[in-house]
Design a protein around this ligand. Sequence first.
Ligand code: CS2
Length: 488
Amino acid sequence: MLMEAGLPADRLTRSPAPRSGVGIIHLGLGAFYRAFGAIYVDEAMAAKGGDWGIIGVSLKSPTTRDALAPQDWAYTSVTLSPEGEQTKVIDVLQDVLVAPENPAAVIAAMADAAVKIVSLTVTEKGYCHNPATGALNPDHPDIQHDLVNALPVSAPGFLVRALAARRAAGLAPFTILTCDNLPENGKLVRGVVLQLARLIDPALADWIAENARFPATMVDRITPATTDANIARVTELTGKYDAAPVLHEPFRQWVIEDDFVGGLRPDFASVGVQMVQDVTAFEHMKLRMLNGTHSSLAYLGYLAGHETIADTMANPAFSTFVEQLWDEIMPAVATPPGVNLPDYARALKARYANPAIRHRTWQIAMDGSQKLPQRLLGTLAQNLQAGRACPGLCLAVAAWMRYVGGVDEAGNPIDVKDPLAEKLRTISAAASTPTEKVAALLAVDEVFPPALADRLRTPVTAAASLLWAVGAQAAVAKTTASRQTGGA
Ligand code: CS2
């Protein structure tokens, strides 16, 4: 990394300030957690103290550990607003472990008496569940492995084996704080952990059910993957080379069910986290209104040739279309306390349009088979049952179907990243017309519960026929033809 004078920039280093003790193990050390939860924890300790230092765990690759180790785990957070960039060094991480290199060290860290919370951002597919039902998939290869090996590979495996170690040592369990965009995420991770524990040792499952806590959360901060260009820009801004900065929007919202083992947690409320009794309404609103439209814009925007969400929103047909989506979604969202849904939608529109955030449609399009149920299908099920047509949302589902076929509108291949990618491509390729493709893909019951598939057949077939006939840009415009362009 060269500075203007032609000299290499110094590497970012940690401040010499004394370190706090470790209280949290975080599984899944991606950009999102480092731009979100880690910063809240850092601020809560600065405001109110406590030994809540974090050990991060990468469940797959050593990349983040290798990038952060020479920086003694410090990294730069960059807030990107249309007005400019603001940087801050975050040094709340105390260590980073790479699970496949030493799973026993991860279990030992999680079983340490000082640890009170294990938090997770392992993405939807990291829970090894069936997306349509939310239940553990016992046939998942990682779960098959973890059933018979004391040194696990999956997130549920690490949770269960570490809880077993704590029970054997006579310690209390930790709180499991999921920070992934899953429906009723606390309940989901609880179900997955208890199912796996029961298959390994029913008495362990009973102990976990009685003593562990699984607060649900709603998490929100748009954080695109960091690129090489971002790294170069951070060096320009700070004069230091940081191999793993995180770049994110100014907005953030964290709503947490206040249900921790022994009540032990950082003073989150002191730094603006909403501590509530029930997160469900917040979570539904966010998953349906934000992530639902994000995925819709990602598939349709990608097909229309847009690289980022901001580029997609700059296309007037799409900025009108997204308003139609919110109008379709809002009747299926209960208003959380203190929120006004149209205002929430207006704020989302401004966040999406933030030109400083280059969030690739391709990135958001990843893992659609794991995302569609909570982002789009719950809304559709509720609306169709109530007799409310949803042409915009059906067009989004059709766009996902087109996308997973693996060929774009110009005939170029799409690099589809999804645990079901191969299966979906094969199913799509075996069907020739849009009608046949829709029928075949609706039969994928990991994604579409059969009763919903029946309801979706007619409207999604209509949307797919339009999409295949005229392309994404014109299909979006046609679907909103009766609307006025303009503000939300
Ligand atoms: C996005 C989310 O990549 C995706 O699927 O929809 O990561 C989104 O940016 C966050 O949930 C915003 O809080």
